[in-house]
Design a binder for this molecule. Structure first.
Ligand code: FES
Length: 280
């Protein structure tokens, strides 16, 4: 059993939870995820690790209660227990595997959207702790949905934008990136995009045009998280990959986003799920 130490709302529909999970906290790195099971019969819910404290044995998850399982999770409070928390799963961020001196020579920009802002934080924090301050463009629909602003400011050069212009500036993350490169003389060696698939797709369209290599963190439907069920299957440069074991990070310019989004839509209906299961 895994104890919830803290549960709080970051925005009207975004919840953060600190969970006591010393083994995961000790071994995890930015970019990895875990799977939560609320009770014995509950679904397995994959969630990116949004912060961790190896000394205190705590991992932090951030989620939006949008499906039946995450809505159940949202009913849990500090002092309650999850039946199981499995992790860390997936590959850590590419940056954690690189030579630090080489990495320090790179100009890095992150583009995050919505709840995708949460998994960006541990990556920026890790880079900052290794002497690298990256630029971070964070977009949300409205001011109320901007999360982690103060924490992000501590570890990055933060550029905020809102779709409706209710905070800082109006526009998408891609508008800010284009502005920085084309009007403010910024040069980037690598871009990391994390957020809804449609957002990552359009970041990749832009970075292809601007010739900036781009890493995306894919978040397809996951079931077992171990490469066995096939639910998280993606097409990367024409090759089948599984986000849970081969990812979640991939070369954004090689991802077939249209197929990934189609699969995500199909999972929303019983009929679509049955068809995908037949394929797998
Ligand atoms: Fe089952 Fe990835 S979640 S193969």
């Amino acid at each position: 059993m895994y104890k919830i130490l803290n549960a709080e709302k970051l925005a009207s529909n975004i919840i953060s939870m600190d969970i006591e999970a010393p083994r995961i906290a000790k071994h995890c790195l930015p970019g990895q995820f875990l799977i939560v099971k609320v009770d014995e019969v509950g679904e397995r819910i994959p969630l990116t690790i949004c912060d961790y404290d190896s000394d205190k044995g705590i991992v932090t998850i951030v989620f939006q209660p949008i499906g039946a399982s995450t809505r159940r999770m949202a009913d849990f409070h500090a002092g309650d227990f999850f039946e199981d928390v499995v992790g860390p799963l997936g590959q850590p961020s590419e940056f954690t595997k690189m030579d630090i001196d080489e990495l320090k020579k790179k100009k890095i920009v992150y583009v995050a959207g919505g709840v995708g802002t949460a998994p960006v934080y541990p990556q920026l924090k890790w880079l900052y702790e290794h002497g690298i301050t990256a630029d971070a463009i964070v977009g949300a629909k409205t001011k109320d949905l901007i999360i982690l602003e103060d924490k992000l400011k501590e570890v990055s050069n933060l550029y905020l934008t809102t779709d409706d212009g209710s905070y800082v500036r109006k526009g998408m993350g891609t508008d800010v990136l284009r502005d920085l490169v084309e009007n403010q003389g910024k040069h980037y060696d690598v871009c990391v995009a994390i957020g809804p698939m449609i957002m990552m797709k359009f970041v990749c369209v832009l970075t292809k045009e601007l010739e900036i290599p781009t890493i995306v963190s894919m978040n397809p439907i996951m079931v077992d998280g171990t490469g066995m069920c096939g639910a998280c299957r993606l097409l990367i440069d024409g090759e089948v990959k599984f986000a849970c074991v081969d990812g979640p990070e991939f070369d954004g310019h090689k991802v077939d986003f249209d197929l990934a989004m189609k699969r995500q839509q199909m999972y929303k209906t019983d009929e679509g799920r049955a068809l995908l299961e037949e394929e797998e």
